[in-house]
Design a protein around this ligand. Sequence first.
Ligand SMILES: C[S@@+](CC[C@H](N)C(=O)[O-])C[C@H]1O[C@@H](n2cnc3c(N)ncnc32)[C@H](O)[C@@H]1O
Length: 423
Amino acid sequence: MGLVKITTLLSQTIGLDPDVVSPSQITRAVETRRVACNLPDIDRYWARLQTSAIELEELIELIIVPETWFFRDGKPFDYLKTYVNTEWRLKPNRNLLQILSVPSSTGEEPYSIAISLLEAGLQPKQFAIDAIDISQRSLTKARRGIYTKNSFRGDAWQERSHYFQKNDLGSDRGYELSQSVRDLVNFQQGNVMNSLAANQKQYDIIFCRNLLIYLKPEACTLVLAAIDRLLVTGGILFVGGSETGKIVPEQYSSIRQPFTFAYRKSELPPVPSKPSLNFNNPPQIPTTPNVQTIPKTHLSTIASAQSSPSLDLPAVRKLANEGKLIDATTLCKNYLEKYPTSADAYVLLGELYQADRQNSQTSQKAEQCFQRAIYLEPNSYEALIHLTLLKESQGDTTGANIIRQRISAIASRLPNSGVGGGT
Ligand SMILES: C[S@@+](CC[C@H](N)C(=O)[O-])C[C@H]1O[C@@H](n2cnc3c(N)ncnc32)[C@H](O)[C@@H]1O
């Protein structure tokens, strides 16, 4: 029982998909930490985990997979150089080339990015690389910059050996990356489940490789939505070779280079006359989500925002207002089968799930719907508000506050917000 609870805690905290980690791996990690804490049984260890953030971090260190190496997969770094020389240099008003590597693990990936950019002929002052990982141990190793043979696979690094110096001293044996390259990467500790949402930067390029495969579907949706918000339109997203199926094709087009696994963020489709982000006249925030109290204006906004003539969301509203939640839900799902990228329909379905209070499972489904809507439309005010309220009702004030910050950030970028941005 303790093990199930611990697995659930890990899944909630770092987004881990319990199906991709073997129970024996979790058992081993828990056992190692239980013994290290000198606790007699797993129930006591579970109690410790709930009160000690430090212990939770220790356990996470044993669960994560820090596997990485320099110039992993090769081709993505070739494409990065091509991109710099054929696109980025030609941009008329270019500023710093901003790159994010998340998760960066022990640093081989962001350092390979740095070396590639130097090889493409960029000066250090022309780019900035942020690197994020949850593992403090991996980050310490990354900052130290000493690597052994596991980090050098294949032959891509051989012609780059001049960036390394052999170090035979004490426990720090290995190949030390030159300080000038180490200075090019800004490492930060962060959990993708929350730290990305608080990040206000805009990146031209994001490497998010070999993380999504370990995450449960809801966590993937959350992370991809955060990445989508951080990546400029036209920016490039690199994923791992086994993660390409996680990318929504409507929003990202493959750059179609073999073994590169890179996608370009598309221009946003024109949004019909829906005032989804008018903070001067925001949609009403439902105090308790309930279809009976969903403002008609909101529902009709959703209905009018649809571009398809065959759309029948008004019928969903009518059914919902008559209390026929099952019928309304079925209709909404049918609609989504036909139009799977309709963020508004996901918001409406989420509201319907929330209204179905008889069923305790529906709040999770509602959350998935709102997250999906945010993934499809990162600035969806309604979805963000609903998710905030849901998190609050679940007692997750940290999660709610992160989304609130995001709402404020969006508001501050509006031209007429009066909050700051919009010049
Ligand atoms: C297999 S490595 C990938 C490293 C590199 N991107 C690559 O492809 O070589 C996976 C990394 O994900 C990190 N990680 C796992 N869950 C995370 C989370 N919730 N937030 C941030 N990093 C996480 C782990 O610490 C680990 O370093």
